[in-house]
Write a protein of this length. Structure first.
Length: 516
């Protein structure tokens, strides 16, 4: 089965996103172009689109149009639209072919149909006479819909469906053994046709294996995912299929972004922090002359005490708890947290939304187990401020980052890219009070947010209270002077660790109709 997920145009804004979710499967898998000999035919293709409303609110749908490229060129899916049998399982709906627009138009007998989360249906195209040219065909689906009493609006999404040569195949990609000791060897094997180029990809390696059906690898020291990519067709419009397999290593070498140790850590050699790295500990005690830090110190509990000589930090300084000082000179940024946090679903015991900003390393927010489209997690700055950047540490999540001044009108700032999703806002920043993560696709596992960091436009970014949590006084030069007193308590900055993002499952499909 070929699975094709819903894709959005890169210019699509939140207001233009389809209100329904769409998932395509094809038979055969993948679809095959018919032989170029006009006297020969192949098996007809079939496309099934599963449609659902993931949000808990009702969406009114007036029509759904599906444009299918037709002709004799590589991007064309079929040679004859009229030969295709189109069906929809939604009661009261019918379908007609708009030949001029090359579209199948699905519409109800009544003006529109309310679609809720409990009403799913399918759109099916059967008996498809396939184009004879190998390539990728863009199927354009346009949904005319609304929520509430708003005007009906056209919302478009595109599915890229691959057509492979009739005799193409790629299957049975295996890693043996699948569990090894550190430094062990593996053998990769696969079956494939001869009418494509093949590449093997794994961390740091992209290797041509076009003339192979197996490969032995030595000295595997860490868990590794292998991807076998086949490419065929016209170079200007190729089709790609990807299979994956993996090996698990016992006592592996680790190369991780974040590591949490609940017990003691004993370094029998030197402990080296990269120049752009960071060491986070509850408390630092120096028995020598000094402590030298090349990047930053993050204080979350226990405190840092400097009895004499001062403390100099060359990079950013992040304070999660209270900060008491006569004068603090910030040569870069001094960041101290957010006002409050909330989420649409906030009932996971011990992992509520406030854990994103509670100043602890061992806490995090967790969503419900099966997140739906329009689920959200949000921070509230307390008042409208100009913000320059947003940073989110999270597990694998299908979502985008948005800002708003009133929780009614939202501006998108791009997709979340775990494990650390950084968003520098254009034009010197934007005015906002609310910053949220909004789910854009249904998920089969819960997501976690370990850090939700918003940086205002001033050099000193804080979670401001009613009268201002901290006083900021700009002095001459590049170093603003920041003063704090007992009447100006510091806010808290949530900076827990980031969980690892999961590996894509074997044989899942990419947006262009190819498995991942």
């Amino acid at each position: 089965m070929t699975l094709i997920v819903q894709m959005q145009d890169t210019g699509t804004t939140a207001a233009n996103d389809p209100l329904l979710s769409y998932t395509i499967t094809t038979t055969p898998s993948p679809l095959k172009a018919w032989p170029e000999n006009p006297e020969a035919t192949g098996d007809p293709g079939e496309i099934v689109i599963a449609v659902a409303r993931q949000s808990g609110t009702i969406a009114d749908v007036e029509s759904i149009r599906l444009r299918v490229p037709a002709g004799t060129m590589s991007p064309d899916l079929t040679t004859d639209l009229a030969a295709i049998t189109a069906q929809i399982t939604l009661d009261g709906w019918s379908v007609r072919l708009d030949t001029a627009a090359k579209e199948f138009v699905f519409s109800p007998a009544a003006g529109h149909t309310p679609i809720g989360p409990d009403l799913g249906f399918t759109i099916q195209l059967s008996d498809i006479p396939m184009s004879r040219k190998v390539g990728t065909s863009p199927l354009t689906l346009t949904e005319k819909s609304r929520t509430g009493n708003a005007q009906f609006q056209e919302r478009t999404t595109v599915f890229n469906v691959g057509k492979f040569p009739a005799d193409f195949y790629l299957r049975n990609f295996l890693c043996e053994p699948s569990i090894i000791s550190n430094g062990g060897d593996v053998k990769l094997t696969w079956e494939r046709s001869a009418n494509a180029t093949y590449e093997l990809l794994y961390p740091g390696v992209e290797r041509d294996v076009t003339n192979r059906t197996s490969l032995e690898l030595e000295g595997i020291a860490s868990d590794t995912a292998f991807y076998l990519r086949a490419t065929t067709g016209d170079p200007t419009n190729p089709v790609t299929r990807i299979l994956s397999t993996q090996v698990t290593v016992l006592k592996p070498d680790l190369d991780v972004g974040n590591l949490t140790v609940n017990g003691n850590v004993i370094a029998k050699g030197d402990l080296t922090i990269a120049p752009d790295g960071q060491l986070t500990v509850p408390k630092i005690v120096s028995n020598g002359d000094h402590i030298e830090v090349g990047s930053s110190i993050q204080q979350t509990a226990g405190g840092i005490t400097v009895s004499s000589g001062g403390l100099t930090v060359q990079g950013d300084s992040t304070v999660s708890g209270a900060l008491t000082a006569t004068t603090v000179t910030a040569r870069n940024n001094l960041v101290v947290g957010l006002a409050s946090a909330s989420a649409l679903y906030n009932d996971m015991p011990g992992h509520t939304a406030d854990k994103m900003v509670d100043g602890r390393d061992d806490t995090f927010y967790q969503s419900r187990f099966f997140p739906r489209v329009d689920d959200w997690a949000m921070v509230d700055l307390g008042e409208i401020r100009r913000i320059t950047s947003i940073e989110i540490h999270c597990t694998l999540i299908a979502a985008r980052v948005e800002t708003s001044t009133d929780q009614s009108n939202w501006t998108s700032h791009g997709q979340v890219t775990p494990p650390v999703s950084s968003h520098a806002l254009p034009g010197g920043g934007v005015e906002a009070r609310y910053v949220r993560v909004l789910i854009t696709q249904p998920m089969l596992v819960a997501f976690q947010i370990n850090q939700f960091i918003v940086t205002p436009g001033a050099a000193f970014a804080a979670g401001f209270g009613p009268s201002g949590a901290l006083g900021v006084e700009q002095t001459a030069g590049d170093a603003p002077a920041v003063t704090t007193t007992a009447d100006h308590p510091a806010a808290q900055d949530g900076r827990p660790t980031s969980a690892d993002a999961p590996v894509p499952p074997a044989d899942a499909d990419s947006p262009d109709g190819t498995p991942m």
